[in-house]
Design a protein around this ligand. Sequence first.
Ligand code: SF4
Length: 605
Amino acid sequence: MSDSLQKKIQEICQSSNNDRARMMDIVQSVQKEFGCVSSEAMNLIAKATKSHHVEVESVVSFYSFLSKEQKGKTVIRLCNDTVDRMKGCQEVAKALSSELGVKFGETTSDGKITLEYTPCIGMCDQAPAALINDVVAPNLTAEKVKEIVKNLKKGVDPSKLSLGKGDGNNTDSLIGAAVRNNVLKVGDVIFADNDSGKGLENALALKPEEVIDMIKVAKLRGRGGAGFPTGLKWQFTRSARGEQKFVICNADEGEPGTFKDRVLLTEKFDLLFEGMTIAGYAIGASTGIIYVRGEYAYLLKFLKSKLKERYDQRLLGKNIKGKSGFNFDIRIQMGSGAYICGEESALISSCEGLRGDPKTRPPFPAQRGYLASPTSVNNVETICSVTRILEKGSDWFLSIGSTNSSGTKILSISGYCKRPGVYEYPFGISITDLLNDVGAEDAKAVLVGGPSGQFIGKNEFSRIICYNDLGTGGSIVIFGPKCDLLKAVDEYMEFFVEESCGYCTPCRAGNILLKKKLEEILEGNGESADLDYLQSLGEGIKKTSRCGLGQTSPNPILTTLKNFKPLYEALMKPQEKGMQPTFDIRAALGDAEKAQMRKSVLYKN
Ligand code: SF4
């Protein structure tokens, strides 16, 4: 074991107080330093954090951005999400592979550059896109790729590549990204100008219970998709027994087609930090954690500097705004590329330095969450809405939106449309109006809420976005008249198969069976009974899976079976009487032929 490895790993562990619960930070730093977390490194980490090798390894093996095998100093991760495929990522992939002389999953012969695919990186409005280490490379073409690879081969640091110019705070020297915000509709709540600090000031003038009442009266519901009433969640957390309480902001948007949190983190960080501080006051928490998906690592330095400013202004820390006894700190926890961590209990596991495994519920996080303490987990958009409610009042918030769905909803819109981007609408917008706004009047289908949501067709475009009709966390993907919808369904099933944590059998095995059957149908080997099989298996997976991933993963199949059944039926071949297209006679005869040492005379091939 080299002394330098030992010394560096000790330093890294010490910077996280040798705290086993900070395992994510530790292994991320080791990966950054050495290009992998080797077995030797795991031993050293285990020793320093008083854990076991196997515990460290279980974390490293779980997250796709971590590896125990040595990777290149530069890792190019090309996003191959459905929208990126619509926008030509295959051409970009070919160019990358040929310029680097390696296949995906391989490292160049000099060991310098690794090429990989990754699912959605939150850049669907500027696809095809890739991450080059932490640097975002949007709007890629085969031509651009040649230039990028040429420079990387010359040894240019990824952060110095010329990738185009971003807008807004993306031009800040601490971000310096080519990313664009693409905010194309500013609504009244989140993107409207706000009176910074007023929400917190008003909150501190009230009792914590009164703050919770305001949120309840405003009828704010979680913007992440589930729609649980925020005030009620806070009340449960406040009244739960526990010496310490926590506020966690879920900024791990991983639903393919979602990218609104990216923009909120870049432009509305103050609204978010203020809302978390209000939440801390209301529920009696002194610590807040923002869990940011690993794909947004390019925002980390910037967000940390904004947090520091708030500490300097005494908006965080001890006795905030002179309120004696009100102390609140916020730390950022980076994820490492695992979709399941968007599920709140998996996200808590990850914050605790564990694999991102969902936890069995009950108990719910409000009773027993982070480090077994009462915890409120809220989405970025929800927390930003809190700040505005405290600033402008519950009645103001109630006056926006539709019956039972107060306020606005931010949508990330991408796919087949002329103006992909971020739109903030009052609840109650119809899909037809939305398609007109984004320039997709002739759309064939819309995926509302991402693959875990639902595919709807033209006959349902008059439906509206709200909690009582089309609920969504924010992902809207549009499919044009010529798109192959079932191919997209297959891609989404591939995504769920990859992202399942594997804990429970219905999700781990069921999604593979669903995908296999779908593939048979797509290859023209399906029969009508297969559609019933897809339906009953899909429903079974939804009912018996342990967490939200399995409870929604069959949706791409189930909602296209419901709304686009003719697409499946058109693939069914008329069968000869008594023949089963999925029965492989050659394989069935294989063993007998071997035993007999002769070929069948009837079925030669
Ligand atoms: S449903 Fe899937 S992701 Fe959720 S716990 Fe089960 S295996 Fe893991």
